[in-house]
Ligand binder design. Structure first.
Ligand code: 5GP
Length: 208
């Protein structure tokens, strides 16, 4: 039996470690050839070492606005002064070909995807507690006390949206978080709903 590819959305508050967990997931041998990462478009400047087309599609504000207008994005959000969005055609192409597509996006965008594609698998990456989240944001060393306070406020609001997701994965340890995500995906592949056409054809059709 064959099922359509999954759309897996990993989300969670700023500072929780989404990027680190996503990279670790893609580095594990087991998952290497199974997932396809959906590269987002963004208007932010590339950071050192980032590659256009691999980390992001770096576009101008005008180009981004044109993508919105032409309905080329599955979702988009403005985050700390820049736009981020998920190109729609890649997701359609891969899931229709039976491949799993993985998005790592912030909370507003994830909830837009949920409204448009409720069949997706929505995973909320949660910090062990608020104190731990604050110390991660502080330890990045890039933010002023005001920005840290602002990020913490935003994180509290985002944590309240956790109940709208299908799964919650605590990021107490990166390897453990990766294992939990792999378990979720394996189980999701076996859900009856994902095989319904095959089931009707192979088991419930007219017998001889
Ligand atoms: P950064 O600038 O650190 O790469 O990303 C900032 C935030 O934007 C992160 O929380 C990241 O998950 C989120 N992000 C990256 N791509 C997208 C996207 O396509 N859509 C949305 N909504 N958020 C995104």
């Amino acid at each position: 039996m064959k099922s359509k590819g999954l759309l897996v959305v990993l989300s969670g508050p700023s500072g929780v470690g989404k990027g680190t967990v996503r990279k670790a997931l893609f580095e594990t041998d087991q998952e290497k050839n199974q997932f396809f990462y959906s590269v987002s478009a963004t208007t932010r400047q590339a950071r050192e070492g980032e590659v256009d087309g691999k980390d992001y599609f770096f576009v101008s504000r005008e180009e981004f606005e044109k993508m919105i207008e032409d309905e080329k994005l599955l979702e988009y959000a403005e985050y700390v002064g820049n736009f981020y969005g998920t190109p729609l055609d890649y997701i359609d192409k891969m899931t229709n070909a039976g491949k799993d597509v993985f998005l790592e996006i912030e909370v507003q965008g994830a909830l837009q995807v949920k409204r448009r594609m409720p069949d997706g698998v929505f995973i909320f990456l949660a910090p062990p507690n608020l104190r731990e989240l604050e110390s991660r944001i502080v330890n990045r060393g890039t933010d002023s006390p005001e920005v840290i306070a602002e990020r913490m406020d935003k994180a509290r609001t985002e944590l309240q949206l956790m109940t709208q997701y299908d799964y919650v994965v605590e990021n107490d340890d990166v390897d453990l978080a990766v294992k939990r995500i792999q378990t979720i995906i394996k189980a999701e592949h076996l859900k009856v709903d994902r095989f319904i056409d095959d089931i009707v054809e192979n088991y419930l059709g007219e017998g001889d």
